[in-house]
Design a protein around this ligand. Structure first.
Ligand SMILES: Cc1cc2nc3c(=O)[nH]c(=O)nc-3n(C[C@H](O)[C@H](O)[C@H](O)COP(=O)(O)O)c2cc1C
Length: 187
């Protein structure tokens, strides 16, 4: 295996971070890796909001947590069981007290695949530098709040991807969860 494939194979969703902040130039490198993603017609219709502010992270969590709890009341049993350990392990089951939250914001016809590839590039680049990451869809729960929308400068035609958490793993990179065999038809 070469280094690139090893990085891909060893990327894991990290849900426990140290308080150590990530140097700005490294965050910038990760954003640049995201920015290098392919896009339909090379449109690159995306932008990034990097959140490090304690106050803003607290605001996000205070909005997300009650919504998350309400959402979980009606969640499928499988998900409730999957989340039990996660929820009991920390006070922040949404952003896992990550030092950095990156909102990838995209627009345009191919924004779903484009911006998802941006997110994956960031996560892979992070792994290559021993930085943990996690795509947290629940982290989008507060984005209908006007104050949050204003801060993210979200426009009507824009969608949020991720957000992607970044930070140094507190307990290393977890073991991979069970992965299904690839379903392949050869012709
Ligand atoms: C679209 C998407 C949304 C996700 N949302 C969450 C989330 O809200 N919270 C979380 O802890 N993990 C979330 N994850 C991470 C997945 O749970 C994780 O990728 C999966 O369990 C496989 O583990 P691995 O990333 O270590 O391979 C999300 C992943 C994706 C791709």
């Amino acid at each position: 295996m070469n280094q690139t494939i090893e990085t891909i194979m060893n990327r894991r969703s990290v849900r426990s971070y140290t308080v150590k902040s990530i140097p700005k130039e490294i965050i910038r490198t990760l954003i640049d890796a995201g920015n290098a993603a392919p896009s339909g017609c090379n449109a690159q219709n995306w932008r990034f909001v990097v959140v490090e502010s304690r106050d803003f992270k607290d605001k996000l969590l205070s909005l997300a947590l009650p919504r998350y709890k309400k959402w979980m009341e009606n969640a499928p049993e499988g998900l409730i069981n999957m989340r039990k350990d996660i929820d009991s392990a920390c006070s922040d089951p949404i952003y896992y007290n990550a030092p950095v939250i990156v909102f990838v914001i995209g627009s345009g016809m191919t924004s779903d695949p484009d911006s998802s590839m941006v997110c994956e590039n960031i996560m892979l680049a992070a792994r290559s530098l021993d930085i943990g990451s996690c795509w947290v869809y629940f982290g989008q729960l507060p984005i209908d709040n006007q104050e949050i929308r204003n801060e993210l400068e979200l426009q009507k035609d824009e969608k949020v991807y991720g957000p992607i958490l970044l930070g140094y793993p507190k307990e290393g990179f977890p073991e991979p969860p069970p992965k299904k065999e690839a379903i392949v038809k050869w012709i």
